[in-house]
Design a protein around this ligand. Structure first.
Ligand SMILES: [Zn+2]
Length: 751
């Protein structure tokens, strides 16, 4: 085994003894128990390398490191042991004191330190909810260790194959059992592996604990960050025939460009997937070595990516890539400071954009230029390709739009995943460094991005779990279109759109103190939108979500298409009534998922199916901004008049419970209201009266009069009369909130 692989794997497995110890499978501390576990694995699998890897568990605590010198093993393995030791060392300093430990303590939530997780296995069926956890028993750990061992036995001893197995089993294992630890053991292992390898690549060759510690104090590392801008513009600035499947394909394409860049960086810099702290939502972070060679390679990659993006998309899509040198100690203790410095650099880089593309503004020798009829990019006339639509029309489009059009459907529907190959065949979709081809089981390439699985396939290709919220409603074997979504809706035939993101996320991440904590936080965040969101759409976790405003039964295959979801945000379209309910389902699932530690804001929009997509995107952006301006933790339900347009979630849900579901249920107006649409309009009118002149109290008398005439005061008790308490607090009267409920119901019963 190559020394670099040994270091990477040593980092990943050094603390494997933790769950083993908590399972009480052998005797001794976790380093000894992990050693036994790995020796056992060596015996069971016949893979000798596990014996060497067992040493990384046995020797990663200071008190044992003195023995390393005496070991009868090659010198480079000793170096590897010191490097992994020191990469782990900072976060385990407190650990050595062995105080305040209770091996039954669960992993606490990175979103709410007061709540803990049971020992979940990472899968789509279970939405992990932090709560009061009594303590995890050794029996539970025993089950986990057994499953982990079985899975490890099945895969080759390679970083890309071991990582997803560890992720699946160790995500909800606490890295230390002190109180309030929020770092997942998986992320601790991954970061140890990343730092150890980067230190080695930086030239660290320690022969003692002291030399290793010096490596950790010197600026041997680079934190590398990449962040796209212009994403919205890129995905939604398509004209004419930009159908739903095409939008979906463009957003998937963006994600793949991100992967192509990330994989190129780790390949050129001799790193592994463990060095990728995260890659989500057009944003990535990597730990690398701080050497001249590495910086040159990064410069080179950055230049190539920039030129490629410029050429392909005329500057609409840009990625700012930059790096900041730091020590290993800083990453563990002052991560937020390093990140702060780096973030500034990336922001400046994004502002400068295409400054170093040569001859950006000279287009002299490109011949006659013509616009692509889908995305509007100007290319030499002869490079345009003809594209025939279903309706017989023919458009001239650029190479990328052409490829995306034909592979778009495949890209969305692919069951398995994608292959990234560096052979350019012209049959795939071009990326900056590779070509992307849908994988159905045969293709060979460099990387295999497999969808939504942590089970590595048998292949020589490098396995990358490709987690994606790929839900779409199928219709006649293809992706449903805008017209059909509108037709499938109730009442007013409209498509619905939701756009949402997490509130105050920048602030949240700026407060993560160690890179391991950051890794846990970003992964948990991303997985909500990429992984569990799909479960929410499919109607799983209903008992967790509870009752939400609804306009009908939630279907098994709702009329919904995820255009984009990942990082901390999403845009989803569908039949308007289903999209309406989905907003609340997402919010409730997110609230429980974060243990109420974070909030989310969502905007809703309802459109004719022929509305141009760039217009929809603009409206949705404005609405979401409105909800944020008005205090966040809010939903923009519908256009309305008054002092505040969006609703605090709880107010809307409360009004729906008290009024909405008494007026409308089982897909129609309830008995009392069956022929009383006029009365509902009257209530809206009286609300209008109140909004126009809050001092005039006529609305209150008139409301009481009309409601009693129809004998429905009981239903509207919540808004009847003048509430003196809200008056004192200078808040709007309850009637102010009723329109968002009634307008939605009236839309649902529109003939
Ligand atoms: Zn185009």
């Amino acid at each position: 085994m190559d020394i670099r692989d040994l270091i990477a794997l040593g980092g990943l497995l050094h603390d494997i003894g933790k769950p083993v110890q908590r399972a009480r499978l052998y005797n001794g501390d976790h380093s000894i128990q992990g050693h036994n576990f790995l020796l056992d694995l060596a015996e069971k699998t016949g893979v000798k390398e596990y014996e060497i890897l067992a040493l990384f568990s046995r020797f990663h605590h200071k008190k044992y490191m003195e023995e390393v010198r005496e070991l009868n093993i090659p010198n480079d393995i000793k170096i590897a042991l010191y490097v992994v030791y020191v990469a782990d060392n900072i976060s385990s300093k407190e650990r050595e004191e062995e105080k305040g430990y209770d091996i039954r303590r669960p992993l606490k939530s990175v979103f709410n330190r007061n709540l803990g997780y049971p020992l979940y296995e990472l899968n789509l069926e279970t939405l992990p909810i932090p709560g009061e956890v009594d303590g995890i028993t050794s029996e539970e750990y025993r089950k986990l260790v057994k499953a982990l061992k079985e899975d490890l036995k099945k895969v080759e001893l390679r970083v890309d194959k071991v990582m997803p197995i560890l992720e699946k089993h160790l995500t909800f294992v606490s890295s230390v059992t002190t109180e309030n630890n929020v770092i997942s053991l998986y992320d601790h292992l991954k970061m140890t592996s990343a730092i150890a390898l980067a230190l080695y690549n930086a030239g660290c060759r320690p022969g003692s604990v002291e030399e290793a510690e010096r490596c950790m104090r010197e600026k041997n590392l680079l934190l590398v960050e990449g962040d796209f801008s212009g994403i919205q513009n890129f995905i939604y600035s398509v004209s004419g025939k930009g159908t739903l499947k095409y939008l979906r394909a463009r957003s998937a394409y963006l994600e793949l460009i991100g992967w192509d860049i990330v994989l190129k960086i780790i390949e050129d810099l001799d790193l592994t997937l463990a060095n990728v702290v995260f890659n989500a939502g057009g944003h990535f972070m990597i730990i690398a070595q701080n050497t001249k060679g590495a910086r040159n390679k990064l410069e080179d990659i950055r230049r190539k990516v920039t030129e490629w993006l410029w050429k392909k998309f005329e500057g609409r899509l840009y990625i700012g890539i930059d790096w900041e040198e730091c020590t290993g100690e800083e990453l563990m203790k002052d991560f937020n400071k390093v990140r702060g410095r780096l973030k500034k650099k990336v922001t400046i880089r994004k502002l400068k954009r295409f400054e170093f593309v040569n001859n950006v503004f000279t287009v002299g020798d490109r011949g006659r230029l013509e616009e692509c009829q889908i995305c509007g990019v100007e290319v030499p006339e002869e490079e345009l390709k003809e594209l025939g639509f279903e309706d017989g029309e023919v458009a001239k489009v650029c190479e990328t739009c052409h490829a995306l059009w034909f592979l778009g459907e495949k890209l969305i529907k692919m069951e398995k995943g994608l292959v990234l190959t560096d052979k350019i065949t012209g049959e795939g979709i071009p990326g900056p460094f590779s070509e992307f081809l849908p994988y159905e089981g045969q293709l060979q390439g460099k990387y295999l991005l497999m969808k939504n699985t942590f089970s590595p396939p048998r292949t020589d290709m490098v396995f990358v779990p490709y987690i994606v919220a790929d839900y779409y409603r199928e219709k006649e074997g293809r992706v449903i279109n805008f017209n059909e979504l509108a037709e499938e809706s109730v009442g007013a035939k409209r498509i619905g759109v939701i756009k949402g993101d997490v509130d105050k996320l920048g602030e949240y991440f700026a407060n993560r103190k160690s890179i391991s904590e950051y890794a846990t936080a970003s992964r948990f965040m991303d997985y909500f939108f990429k992984f569990y969101l799909k479960g929410v759409i499919r109607g799983y976790y209903s008992d967790i979500i509870g009752e939400v405003p609804s306009l009908g039964e939630w279907k098994e295959n709702p009329n919904v298409v995820v255009v984009y979801a990942g990082g901390d945000d999403f845009l989803i379209v569908g039949s308007w009534n289903e999209i309406f309910e989905l907003a609340f389902r997402i919010r409730e699932a997110f609230r429980k998922y974060t243990g109420e530690g974070l909030t989310i804001s969502i905007a809703l929009g309802y459109f004719h199916s022929k509305t141009p997509i760039y217009r929809i995107a603009d409206v949705m952006t404005e609405r979401l901004e409105k909800a944020k301006e008005e205090g966040r933790d809010a939903i923009y339900v519908i256009e309305r008049t008054g002092w505040r347009i969006s609703y605090p979630w709880d107010i809307y849900m409360d009004f729906w419970r008290e009024i909405g579901r008494k007026v409308y249920s089982d897909g129609r107006l309830t008995g009392k209201f069956r022929d009383k649409k006029g009365l509902l309009h009257k209530v809206l009118e009286l609300r209008e009266l109140y909004v126009r002149d809050p001092k005039d109290v006529r609305w209150a008398y008139l409301l009481a009069y009309h409601l009693s005439r129809h004998e429905v005061e009981e239903v509207f008790r919540k808004i009847l009369g003048i509430d003196s308490k809200t008056l004192e607090e200078e808040k709007p009267q309850p009637i102010y909130w009723v329109d968002g409920i009634l307008k939605v119901i009236l839309m649902a019963v529109r003939g």
